[in-house]
Design a protein around this ligand. Structure first.
Ligand SMILES: N[C@@H](CCC[C@H](N)C(=O)O)C(=O)O
Length: 292
């Protein structure tokens, strides 16, 4: 890229988990962690919880092997520039962008991610449904602690790591300006996303989340999946045993998501995905960010 080129970006969100979308079909941009953090900076950059780098699978080393199955790769980055395996809200927004840019047609779309190829059902408008794969729930005796209170937490892996703690009051999670303490540290060698959950009614819960690499966000799609599965097990429900799908509504600060666990153990997530704005980076500013 030369400093005179105008590079486009878009802004989007899914239940107010917001993303800078950077289309780069041929994988020409070298997005270092520092460059991503500068773009996601809410005061000195565009601002977002994370960044969705839109690249053809064939043009990215992490996705080349999936190119026959999925033309597009979601190269997701957290707001601090770190790479995460998966982002559920991001995947809905990514799919909405592909349709918006006429890169795919409405219907069923396969998208490559760092957890493999995932399938998205995309109507021309409205909510997006994503097949998020299976949750793994190893029994690890995880404990989460905030401001002197502690709770046992369920370790749930949705491609990325989660600790789900059931609390009496979401305010007990505190200000979530920093990562809550957790133990044993060895369970999460690469960090963890931590969800705090309260009951709202039958098969209906609410959560707050502290995300690895982004801080407190107003929603986390993989977190909502983890919460739905952890709540189902707490409630004595397991679709793999009963053969009956189980659906939970999970309220997040930025809206509501619907999660269904199917008898084959996979989880479907349905929720909004909104493109908010389109623009171009100032070439000099972007050149500085990319060089940092
Ligand atoms: N907000 C995302 C999760 C993004 C990745 C996460 N912060 C991690 O590091 O694992 C979602 O909607 O799933």
């Amino acid at each position: 890229m030369t400093s005179t080129q105008r590079i486009a970006f878009l802004k989007g969100h899914g239940t107010e988990n917001d993303f800078v979308i950077v289309p780069d079909p041929d994988g020409r941009l070298d997005l270092s962690a520092t460059a991503v953090a500068r773009i996601c900076d809410r005061r000195a950059g565009v601002g977002g919880d994370g960044l969705l780098h839109v690249v053809r699978s064939a043009a990215h080393p992490d996705a080349r092997a999936m190119a026959d199955e999925a033309e597009w790769f979601m190269d997701y980055r957290n707001g601090d520039g770190s790479i995460a395996e998966m982002c559920g809200n991001g995947l809905r927004v990514f799919a909405r962008y592909l349709l918006h840019a006429e890169l795919v047609e409405a219907g069923d779309v396969a998208i490559a991610t760092r957890t493999g190829v995932l399938r998205v059902h995309l109507a021309k408008t409205g909510d997006v449904t994503v097949a998020m794969g299976r949750a793994a729930l190893p029994e690890d005796g995880v404990v989460v602690e905030v401001d002197g209170r502690s709770w046992p937490a369920r370790n749930v892996n949705m491609g990325n790591p989660h600790a789900v703690a059931f609390v009496e009051d979401l305010a007990h999670a505190g200000e979530l300006r920093a990562q809550p303490q957790f133990s044993p540290a060895a369970v999460y060698p690469h960090g963890v996303n931590i969800e705090f959950v309260v009951d709202r009614g039958p098969r209906h819960v609410a959560m707050r989340v502290h995300e690895r690499g982004s801080g407190e966000t107003r929603s986390c799609g993989t977190g909502a999946c983890a919460v739905a599965v952890a709540t189902a097990r707490r409630d004595g429900l397991d679709p793999a045993v009963t053969g009956t799908p189980v659906t939970y509504t999970v309220d997040v600060l930025g809206g509501s998501l619907t999660l269904t666990e199917l008898p084959d153990g996979t989880v479907e997530m349905t929720g909004p995905a909104v493109i908010v704005a389109e623009g171009t980076f100032e070439p000099e500013w972007l050149a500085g960010a990319l060089a940092s």
